[in-house]
Ligand binder design. Structure first.
Ligand SMILES: [Zn+2]
Length: 241
């Protein structure tokens, strides 16, 4: 079975159902903990589940699909992947697409009068670090009690509601076949004798090129060719004299 790489550049289902399911589980746990009587000694798990729910709800609004197919075109695997590996809510907020982001901001402002009309970004900034603090509460530099518990709860509740009411939107950005690109043949900057040909269709901003006469490989950005060496990648062979 040969695995073919995914035929899309970027594919999203927003909210992503796999990430959202995980977020909902933490939100359910948060609600259970929040419902316990005062003095139950569950502060750290409460802060932790709220922070996890917030993180995962934000991630389900920016996650991308990863997948591969067998050569015959049968789907064998499709999973979600976070757009960014971060725990910081404001970083995650920045990865959400403009449309959804606008709706988020509007909906939060409509509900945040209890918090002196905080923007969602400012609210999340106040919750920043809660995840880590709740895991290392014994660290002398940490102090979970400095976090506005009500605001943490409100952010988690708000994101749950927002995601539950958001109609699913799916977008796919396909890879373009290399035939759609004008083949530019440039003189090799290394040997000067050969010409550079494109190695494969471009993905992001550059076209991989290799010399047809020597071992030179590089990346073409418009008409500028940057040798792979300068990217610190493995440089195979020696330069052609
Ligand atoms: Zn060359």
């Amino acid at each position: 079975m040969s695995i073919v790489r995914q035929p899309w550049l970027k594919r999203q289902e927003i909210p992503d159902p796999q990430v959202r399911d995980a977020a909902d589980q933490f939100e359910s746990a948060r609600k259970l903990l929040f419902g316990q009587p005062p003095g139950s000694g569950l502060l750290y798990p409460l802060v932790n589940t709220a922070a996890m729910a917030i993180e995962l709800y934000l991630k389900c609004l920016s996650a991308e699909k990863e997948g591969c197919t067998e050569a015959e075109g049968e789907w064998s695997h499709l999973s979600a992947s976070a757009a960014v590996r971060s725990h910081e809510p404001t970083t995650l907020l920045g990865k959400i697409g403009h449309d959804v982001r606008r709706e988020l901001d509007r909906a939060f402002l409509a509900e945040s009068s209890a918090f002196r009309d905080l923007s969602l970004r400012d609210a999340l900034r106040q919750c920043e670090g809660a995840f880590e603090e709740s895991r290392y509460p014994f660290d002398p530099n940490h102090d979970v009690s400095k976090y506005p518990i009500e605001l943490l709860m409100a952010c988690s509740r708000f994101l749950h509601q927002f995601v539950a009411n958001l109609p699913t939107r799916e977008t796919v950005q396909w890879r373009r076949p290399s035939s759609m690109y004008k083949q530019t043949r440039l003189p090799c900057p290394s040997c000067g004798a050969g010409t550079l040909v494109e190695a494969e269709s471009p993905d992001l901003g550059y076209v991989p090129v290799k010399c047809n006469a020597c071992v030179f490989t590089g990346r073409r950005v418009n008409s500028v060719v940057i040798p792979d060496r300068e990217y610190g990648e493995s440089w195979q062979g020696v330069e052609c004299l």
